[in-house]
Design a binder for this molecule. Sequence first.
Ligand SMILES: [Fe+2]
Ligand SMILES: [Fe+2]
Length: 233
Amino acid sequence: MTIPEHVHDLRGERPAHLTGAALERVKVVRPGVAVTLLLAAEPALLMASLNLQLRENLHWDVVEADGAWRVTVRHRADVAPADVLALLAADHKRIDGLLARALSLLNHGDAAAAAPLLREFAAMLKRHVGFEDGVLAISLGADRAAADEPPGVMLREHREIAQQLALVEDVLAAAPVDVSELAVYCAILSGTLAKHEYREEHNLFPLWRMALMRRSGSERTDLLTRAQVMLAG
Ligand SMILES: [Fe+2]
Ligand SMILES: [Fe+2]
């Protein structure tokens, strides 16, 4: 059988070298570029490990045939979100990416280049939180959750995030901008956001995914469409 160039046959790779060999092949994956791996063993653990190492940017499909596994790996941006929660998780990455780029510029003293990124970041973050609070939480009944339950924690953390974001915007609006102060507030917000997003994705979204499964297909589609419109601004 002739194997096309983008297919990598790793069936003969020694187990100790398999993860490294697979990572070499898969790290070229980016939007518009996919690769296929042929593997001799069930790939769930291997793919989870590669995905972690590549900042959870991978999406893969597995087909088993004749004792081998064929894994087609794509960038997650090339795959339509499975549901509204997958869309929100992808939005977390875009929001984090903008803030990280702005922080890097601020750490080099370049407030002028960081400012437009921070304004875009602030707008994206407000749209994101606005959807989670104003649409999803209401639709899935988060307003009836106790304060220490994941939906209650989310609502409280959103208030903290709004306060920290207001500090960033205040410093950004001053003339001249105090770069050091802005960098400190952005770093604090970055830490708060990272913890918040982790808790959403690991504690809250699994609960909400079960709640979504109890809704009709048209309700799930409607929520996804509303999220796509709101997040895009
Ligand atoms: Fe949130
Ligand atoms: Fe979120």
